[in-house]
Design a protein around this ligand. Structure first.
Ligand code: SF4
Ligand code: SF4
Length: 527
């Protein structure tokens, strides 16, 4: 494809929808959690805020045990990543490791706050007139308010925006395609807060210097389209278009959505900004409005608590740090036949061992499944090379090949076959007639590659250290030798100087012997 043709296609984002390879049509199961309006659960007794909530480095705590904090006060600092703020006013009770909502199931450092119930805010610092604010100050405000992508990847918003602005993107895509079954928090947000999303879209567009905004929603979200379109018209905002796309899983993936909206693929190892686009979740846009217009840091999010294992499934606007058990209690508790807890959806979610884990920026859904929902585990059988997994893979990989290579620890071909491009969507798992847990193998393979990369990095660092040490020793030896030579030379010089002095003294003495005594000559009394 020529570059001009490509540019033409990227500028026509959403004018015509396209298809991506593979994918699955799944049952939505969203209605059960969309019956009631979103509400806030009662204030929990304890708030547990993990210090690592985003993609990137660990956040350092800015508070100590016994400190009192205000709602919205920054409690964690990580310069290039997203800041962490207190969701309540209260007292810091502890800073210790607690179970986190994370696929690893590990514990991690958390700030534990006992709320005082006063809900006293810090002094909020909104950007008074965002229309006059520079893109830099808008992005800086997003950073100081701790904004991270609420679609699941939790990539710091300011970093994505800076990348987009540096690459002069022309289109902002707001992703409202919540294609995984059961999850309905974005749909409820779009229904209830369309104005906030549209305003966020305008702020993001200004910060990027983009020309247009395309908001992508699923074709079964009729009420949402109306709400967003009306809000855009009300705001008299041009160049904001709401586009419906067919509900095929995993269409909400950034790369798949861009392909559907433009017909173009994001290059391997590249970013949407390479095609002139930046993609943000609709919930991130709403958070941008709160950060810029109200000065509010990111301390809460919409979350779906659903599944047949929950008495009364619904959506909450929950403070970060609220425990899953508190949310489930606020839904009337578990049903007697609950069998498994999952964070996220049934396709990409991960099992949660303990429901004391807190809501974090990445938590979009808590799914409680019953024994009936869970297929009885089938014994794994050998691959029959049916090719079904490759047919449904949205990343156009060959899952059967990847599986074979990982199983045989052939790490070089695994990389070459594009394991890193796997988005762990689970489509291949879902269709495999041999019940091979392909995604588990791919996660294991990625972990191994990461480990190997870390080991080779460590080996490289050790080699550098060794080489530097050797070079230093050689240098020291050389310097010592030079010093020694200089000293010897100095001693030699000194000896020869002393020789010269002695020689001149001798000469002088011998001259004194031969010469007449001038001291007595010519004096009158001598005569
Ligand atoms: S779907 Fe399963 S059995 Fe079929 S080729 Fe893929 S891994 Fe093999
Ligand atoms: S999990 Fe990975 S390999 Fe399997 S279908 Fe999804 S992207 Fe393809």
């Amino acid at each position: 494809m020529t570059l001009s043709r490509q540019a033409e296609q990227t500028h026509a984002v959403g004018e015509r929808t396209h298809h991506f390879h593979g994918g699955l049509r799944l049952r939505h199961n969203k209605k059960i959690s969309c019956q009631d309006p979103v509400r806030r659960p009662p204030l929990p007794e304890l708030i547990v805020v993990p210090l690592l909530q985003h993609a990137g480095d660990m956040t350092e705590p800015l508070v100590r045990v016994g400190d009192t904090v205000l709602k919205g006060q920054q409690i964690g600092q990580c310069e290039p990543c997203a800041a962490v703020h207190s969701p309540v006013s209260g007292t810091i009770e502890a800073i210790e490791d607690r179970p986190m909502s994370h696929p690893s199931g590990q514990t991690g450092p958390c700030v534990i706050i006992r709320p005082d119930g006063k809900e006293q805010w810090i002094e909020l610092k909104p950007l008074k007139n965002w229309l006059d604010a520079s893109p830099d100050s808008l992005i800086a405000q997003m950073q100081s308010c701790g904004l991270a992508g609420l679609g699941g990847a939790v990539f710091p918003t300011h970093a994505k925006m800076r990348d987009g602005r540096d690459k002069n993107v022309h289109t902002l895509i707001l992703n409202g395609v919540e294609c995984e079954p059961y999850i309905s928090c974005d749909e409820m947000l779009m229904r209830e807060q369309p104005g906030k999303i549209i305003l966020g879209a305008r702020i993001l567009r200004r910060a990027l210097g983009a020309q247009r905004v395309v908001i992508a929603i699923e074709d079964q979200m009729g009420a949402v389209q109306k709400a967003l379109t009306q809000s855009a018209e009300f705001a008299n905002s041009e160049n904001i278009r709401v586009v419906k796309v067919s509900t095929i899983y995993p269409e909400g993936g950034e790369r798949q959505l861009i392909q559907v909206l433009t017909g173009l693929e994001v290059p391997v190892g590249g970013r949407p900004s390479d095609l002139g686009m930046v993609c943000q979740n609709v919930a991130t846009a709403a958070a941008v409005t709160e950060a810029v217009v109200e000065g509010k840091p990111l301390i809460e999010r919409y979350i779906t608590v659903t599944g047949n294992g929950i008495s009364h499934p619904r959506n909450f606007n929950a403070l970060f740090g609220t425990s899953v058990s508190h949310l489930v209690d606020s839904c009337g508790g578990y049903t007697p036949d609950v069998a498994r807890l999952v964070v996220g959806g049934p396709m990409m979610g991960y099992p949660l061992e303990c429901d004391s884990a807190p809501v974090v920026k990445a938590s979009n859904c808590v799914l409680a499944l019953t024994q009936q929902d869970i297929a009885a585990p089938q014994p794994e059988m050998p691959c029959i090379r049916c090719g079904e997994c490759a047919r449904v893979c949205p990343a156009m990989l060959l899952p059967q090949q990847l599986h074979l290579q990982i199983r045989n620890e052939l790490w070089k071909p695994v990389e070459a076959y594009g394991l890193s491009e796997c988005i762990e969507c689970g489509c291949c798992d879902f269709v495999c007639p041999s019940h091979i847990p392909l995604v588990d193998w791919f996660r294991f393979g990625k972990g191994e590659l990461r480990k190997q990369a870390l080991e080779s990095e460590a080996a490289e660092r050790a080699r550098h250290r060794f080489e530097n040490r050797e070079a230093r020793l050689v240098r020291i030896k050389q310097e010592r030798a030079e010093k020694m030579t200089r000293r010897k030379q100095m001693l030699k010089d000194k000896d020869s100087q002393q020789d010269r002095i002695r020689a001149s003294i001798q000469r002088a003495e011998s001259k004194g012997k031969t010469m007449p005594d001038t001291r007595s000559s010519g004096k009158p009394d001598d005569a």
